[in-house]
Write a protein that binds this ligand. Structure first.
Ligand code: ADP
Length: 466
């Protein structure tokens, strides 16, 4: 079946086919009816009504139907004109004939109520018998054809009509049954699949897809159903991934907290037990403890920030402000830090106003994460460029450095929570949450962030809607 064939078209087609079938059936039955009618009535009746035509050696088998149809009967007489056998319903009580009786039978006188025909014949046993046929005159004409007044002809006609009608009703019923089955399977089979599919989804099995060939409307249902199942399956997978990532976050978090706290505990224990006598060493230990405490505090603060941002009722308000001025202030703030570390800090910021709706505190946090990373992970002499450009619908913030770069393997993961590159681990500095927070903030602004990096360069491109 063509998939774009509409249900209505299919039903019309079936209906036409069904009607044609009924028409052909009716024509065939009509032909059959006529054939039967001709057979029953068209045959020359006198050939069946005359003794010489129906006589048989085995007289019991004489075909007397034609005679009986006109209420006549057949008598078999022996050579003494005694009746030895009768076929049909005998209407008189004669049991034997004289020669005179017989002669009178063939006079066409008014008193003669029967038309008679007689023929001699020899039986199988070699006896000479007579076959006498008697038919009431009222039922036939003088030339031995059916009388117009005789209704036997009509009986045959009506019998044939009833027979043909019954046959038609039976064939019609079979046709109706087959048609309804054929039509319904074209509709019910796909519907059964749909019902099964819905049940699967209700039971939480999203993998199964519908796969049937049907009409346009049912194909549409199939396409929508499969689309829905696909989306549910995707959502289910995402949910699973989210749960897994939360689980992983918890494991990472407990690990990241445990490591510095364990070493703080070790150092404090040593101090408490007076194990470090040398004043210089004590100072160093205290410095290490301080750095580790800073790390833990940073981690907790970042985590708190991320949780806050993730919360649906976090008060997030954007204000239409001049982003060029905002970026300029950011550049000024970072200028000294870059200078101190012997970086080359370049910026290209329009001198005119560029109005964009954004949240100053959050965007500051987002961009300073990127600038701080550039400063933290790259060696002296690195050039960092901060650019602001705009087009009709967006502003583009680009922060690029020609430092150590981020390899392709870890590029995909830098935005994941708790992901820290080797450099960060070695220096024991980062929390692994910085870029996660950055991305989250940009997304809250309905903006986009893209990282392009490789060996020797790192380039973050941010776009915000105007
Ligand atoms: P953190 O800095 O706390 O480790 P981030 O999410 O801010 O976490 O950064 C993830 C990782 O991406 C860092 O650990 C670092 O390895 C890498 N990274 C980020 N920015 C740069 C950069 N400008 N140059 C090189 N590596 C970087």
């Amino acid at each position: 079946m063509k998939s774009n064939e509409k249900l209505q078209a299919m039903l019309i087609k079936n209906y036409v086919f069904f009607s044609m079938l009924v028409g052909i059936m009716a024509i065939l039955l009509f032909v059959l009816f006529n054939f039967q009618l001709l057979k029953e009535m068209g045959e020359s009746p006198d050939s069946k009504l005359k003794a010489q035509e129906i006589v048989r050696q085995d007289f019991q088998k004489i075909p007397s139907e034609g005679v009986e149809l006109v209420q006549g009967w057949v008598e078999i007489l022996d050579d003494h004109r005694q009746i030895v056998f009768v076929k049909g319903k005998k209407l008189d009580s004669i049991t034997a004939y004289t020669e005179k009786d017989l002669n009178e039978l063939f006079y066409d006188s008014k008193q003669n109520r029967y038309h008679a025909s007689i023929t001699p014949f020899e039986t199988e046993e070699g006896r000479n018998y007579y076959c006498l046929v008697k038919i009431p005159k009222k039922n036939i004409t003088s030339d031995l054809t059916f009388s117009n007044t005789y209704n036997g002809q009509y009986n045959v006609f009506w019998l044939l009509i009833i027979q043909t009608s019954l046959l038609f009703i039976i064939l019609f019923s079979i046709n109706v049954y087959l048609y309804s089955r054929w039509t319904s399977t074209k509709i019910t089979n796909p519907l059964l699949q749909v019902a099964r599919g819905i049940k699967d989804i209700a039971d939480g099995h999203y993998r199964n897809r519908l796969n049937y060939k049907a009409n346009y409307e049912l194909q549409q249902i199939q396409a929508s159903f499969n689309n829905l199942a696909e989306r549910l399956e995707k959502a289910e997978n995402e949910k699973k991934q989210l749960e897994e990532s939360k689980q992983r976050m918890l494991v990472d978090l407990s690990h990241d907290l445990k490591t510095p706290i364990t070493s703080i505990k070790g150092y404090v224990e040593a101090l408490r037990n007076d194990l470090i006598k040398d004043e210089e060493k004590r100072k160093n230990v205290l410095n290490v403890i301080y750095t580790k405490t800073e790390l833990v505090t940073g981690l907790i603060e970042d985590l708190f920030e991320l949780t806050k941002l993730d919360s649906p009722d976090y008060p997030f308000a954007k204000e239409l402000s001049d982003i060029a001025e905002f970026i300029r202030e950011l550049a000024v703030e970072y200028y000294d830090a870059f200078e101190d570390k012997n970086f080359h800090f370049q910026f290209e910021i329009p001198s005119y106003e560029v109005k964009v709706p954004f949240n100053q505190i959050l965007l500051y946090r987002s961009l300073s994460n990127i600038l701080s990373n550039a400063l933290a992970y790259n060696p002296e002499g690195t050039t960092v460029t901060l650019k602001l450009t705009e087009d009709d619908t967006k502003v583009h913030i680009s922060i690029k450095d020609d430092g150590i770069g981020i390899s392709n393997e870890i590029k995909e993961k830098v935005f994941d929570a708790f992901f820290r590159g080797d450099q960060s681990r070695k220096s024991d500095g980062g929390t692994g949450l910085g870029l996660t927070i950055t991305k989250k903030i940009i997304e809250m602004h309905n903006g986009s962030i893209h990282l392009d990096s490789g060996n020797g360069y790192t380039h973050f491109q941010i776009a915000l809607l105007k």
